[in-house]
Structures are given as structure tokens and as C-alpha cells.
Design a protein. Structure first.
Length: 280
């Protein structure tokens, strides 16, 4: 009886997950299908498959690449995302280790400041942030990497602190006895152990930064467009007309890199979850 009940629950769970997967995949599939259709039929028949009348091949992709300046925007987005993610992982991993291992009033205050930054809405600080960033000269492609470090540090430190607490202190004490100074202990012992969680933090921040529209628009303006800003602005024609064909094509090209990155890092995330479950 228990086996029969377990199988029934498994069937229902599989069915539920399948339905949820379809719900999440339908918008993506529609974007891909409409990227191969004429702009006229995207509005009139968005749910139909491309056929001999509506199919335009790669025309939307070529038009979008030319109109949106996709290559330049892709380079900026790639530089910002890679630079910001590396900086966030490097700085927040060291901060989390310091906050957990150095027990003092200062580190407790510092930890709660990072946690508090997670609940502050971006809209509350965006105008002041834009003014300050412009005054100190961070309204550039390299400068916005530092800005992303500030906004991404809260969640990253919170996640990494939870993992550092699960690392046995005896491992670090053994490394210290063997002659490691604090920096050597962190880079040779702690950071390799933190790798699964660090990769999870990297994936979450990469997905956020790559797809972010508002912060690059406010800080960089329209002169140094990232991919989301380029797609939004360049596909808008006169009198509010939108080239939906080129828009769909550019959306497809924009989501491919982050999907590939997630698939490559997926095994590391799963390994980290399993390692955490074993430790728990």
C-alpha cells in the first residue's frame, strides 16, 4: 500500500512539474517562433507557426544586428557581467569569511548592514545613486562594475556566510599550524571548499546583471548601451512603432549566452546542493 501511494505521489509530482515546465517554456518558444516571422504577422497571428507566407528566415536577425548595434552592446554587456561577477564573488567571499570567523560587534553590525541592503528597494536610492555616480566618475562601463558590486554584495554575503559557518574550523587551524598566513589559508583552504556556493552566487548575479535594464540605462545612458537597453531603444521606430521581428530576434540572441552559462555551471550547483545536504 505504501509503495502504491508513493508511486501515485510520484506520478502527480511529475505531472505537476511537467505542467510548470510547459508554462515557463511557452513564452520562450513563442519568442523563438516569432523571430522567424514577418512583423505584420507577429501582431495578427502571434501563436501560429511560421509558414510559407509568414516565414522570413534570418531577415529579422540581420535587421536587428544592424539596427541595434548588437556586437558593440554584446561586448559591453559581456565585459560588465564578467567583471562584476568576478569582483562580487572575490570580494564577498572574503567578506563572508571575515564576518563569520572574526566574532566582534563590528562584524555583527557589518553583517546586518549587508542583510539590510537586501530589503532596500532600488527605486528608493536610484536618483541619489545616479547623481553620486556621475559626480565621482563611475558613469562609465568600468565604473558600473563597481556599482554592481555594491548592489550585489548583500545577497552574496548572506549566502556565503551561511556556507562558511558549515566549514569546520579545524581545517583552517590545521592550515595555520602548517604555516599558512590568513590570506594563504583563505585562498588555499577556504575558497576551494566554497566553490559550489561561489558558483551559485556567480550564476545568480550573472543572470541578474546580464538582463538588467534600469541600472545601465540610468548610469550609462544611451551612448553606451548594453544589450537590454539596445534592444529596447533601437527597435523603437517613429511614432511609437516597434519592429517586433527584430525585437524577437535580438531577444533570442540575448538569452542564448546566459542559458549556455547556466547549463555549463549547472553540475557545480547540483554538486553544491548535494554537498550541503551531506554536511547537514
Amino acid at each position: 500500500m505504501n509503495t502504491h501511494t508513493s508511486r501515485r505521489h510520484t506520478v502527480w509530482l511529475t505531472l505537476l512539474l511537467t505542467v510548470l515546465a510547459i508554462i515557463f517554456l511557452v513564452p520562450v518558444i513563442l519568442v523563438v517562433l516569432n523571430s522567424f516571422k514577418s512583423r505584420l504577422y507577429i501582431s495578427s497571428a502571434p501563436f501560429s507557426l511560421p509558414n510559407g507566407l509568414t516565414f522570413v528566415g534570418l531577415e529579422n536577425y540581420l535587421t536587428g544586428l544592424k539596427t541595434a548595434g548588437f556586437a558593440a552592446a554584446f561586448g559591453r554587456s559581456l565585459f560588465i557581467t564578467v567583471g562584476a561577477v568576478l569582483l562580487i564573488v572575490f570580494c564577498t567571499s572574503m567578506t563572508a569569511w571575515y564576518v563569520v570567523r572574526v566574532q566582534s560587534a563590528w562584524t555583527r553590525i557589518l553583517y546586518y548592514l549587508f542583510v539590510f541592503s537586501m530589503i532596500v528597494p532600488f527605486q528608493m536610492v536610484m536618483y541619489t545613486m545616479t547623481y553620486v555616480v556621475g559626480r565621482i566618475g563611475f558613469d562609465t562601463v568600468p565604473g558600473i562594475v563597481i556599482v554592481y558590486l555594491g548592489f550585489g554584495a548583500g545577497l552574496s554575503v548572506f549566502m556565503l556566510c551561511g556556507f562558511v559557518r558549515s566549514i569546520p574550523l579545524e581545517i583552517e587551524e590545521a592550515a595555520t599550524i602548517d604555516g599558512c598566513n590568513p590570506l594563504q589559508c583563505f585562498f588555499r583552504v577556504v575558497l576551494p571548499v566554497m566553490r559550489p556556493t561561489a558558483i551559485t552566487v556567480a550564476v545568480l548575479n550573472a543572470m541578474w546583471i546580464w538582463n538588467d535594464y534600469l541600472l545601465p540605462y540610468l548610469v550609462l545612458g544611451t551612448d553606451q548601451k548594453t544589450i537590454p537597453v539596445a534592444i529596447q531603444i533601437s527597435m523603437q521606430g517613429a511614432y511609437g512603432a516597434t519592429d517586433y521581428g527584430g525585437l524577437m530576434a535580438m531577444l533570442v540572441l540575448a538569452i542564448i549566452p546566459i542559458i549556455v552559462f547556466y547549463l555549463l555551471a549547472q553540475k557545480h550547483i547540483i554538486r553544491g546542493v548535494i554537498a550541503g545536504a551531506v554536511k547537514g
